[in-house]
Design a protein around this ligand. Sequence first.
Ligand SMILES: [Zn+2]
Length: 385
Amino acid sequence: MNIYKAYQFRMYPTNEQIDMLNQFLGSSRFIYNYYLSYQMNAYTENKKLISIGDLKKNILKLKETYPWLKEIDSSILRTSLDDLDRAFTNYFHHSGYPKFKKKGNNESYRTICIRSTYKDKSYENIKVNLENKTITLPKIGSIKIRGYRNKKSFPFKIINVTVKKEAGKYYACVCVEEEVITKPLVPKNIIGIDIGIKDLVVTSDAVKYQAFANIKKNERKIKGYQKALVRSKRGGNNRKKIIIKLQRYYQKLRNARKYYLHLITTTLVKENDIIVCETLKVKEMIERKKHHLAKSIANSSFGEIIRQLTYKTKWKNKKLYQIDTYYPSSQICSVCGNRMKELKNLEIRCFECRECKNELDRDVNASINILTEGIKMYIKELNLL
Ligand SMILES: [Zn+2]
């Protein structure tokens, strides 16, 4: 089985390379915006979009009008069009209308790895060298990188690289294809997990992973920056500095959160062969919480945990079962199966069963119920085979 994986490196470009990276980022944005308005005009006039193939041909003409486009890594021009095409496809599947890209806002470009062979030797236009700590990008050459200190070599087949600029820093996100050899699954350990706000993850083994600490402190700090931003003069140098500070702070928070979520999901997948969780109607669940930052953090974390569990179990040939959202995992007694319908209040932390007198932590009780549902699903699947 072949899987796709991404490795992200921080890049340390020279001043000259920074100029080129910025030029490429700008060109990617230019192509995207140029053809977005091109398509909008086409649609207003003919009620029809122009095919991506025709747009790619049109780039040749555009290069005559704007000769500087000839200096750009040419695969960027095509991938920008592919992104625009995807934005329109998403739109027709009821997502938002494609928006114009702004400078300084999530800037990125994607370049594709091209292979060729000459005299039995193969050549690639993108290379990652972990010994010298460099990445080679088309038209730019070799740039210093940092990341993955424990890896000595990078023997993977590179598909493409996304270059990103975030809070004034440059990153290369290298997408590779890897072959994994899968063994048939003989499950030894199965675990149920309950995902929540107070404790992020509670397992049926009664292990709790707490939610992110210091939410209030972080929120105060962000509010402080935002106030300073309001007071600062438009277009002034001070304002620019505050924006960078705010961006860096958000980035720091994002990275810490990402690291923590990976730690949780990696541990869960390593120790278990089958993991059972609920599908989450995240919005419904969080609307009860008023705390703004807690809300947004939880919101992004829930989806991210499930996303990570999905691909990590797939890579290791393990299983993830998701049970119906409407299964009342927190109302059922995990010992006798008695359902206590009145248990809706999230403040009650302890589950006390009226029938069998079982007393258990509310979330642990829920995760055991989730586990039981997962076992049922697994048995059902075995019978179908
Ligand atoms: Zn009971």
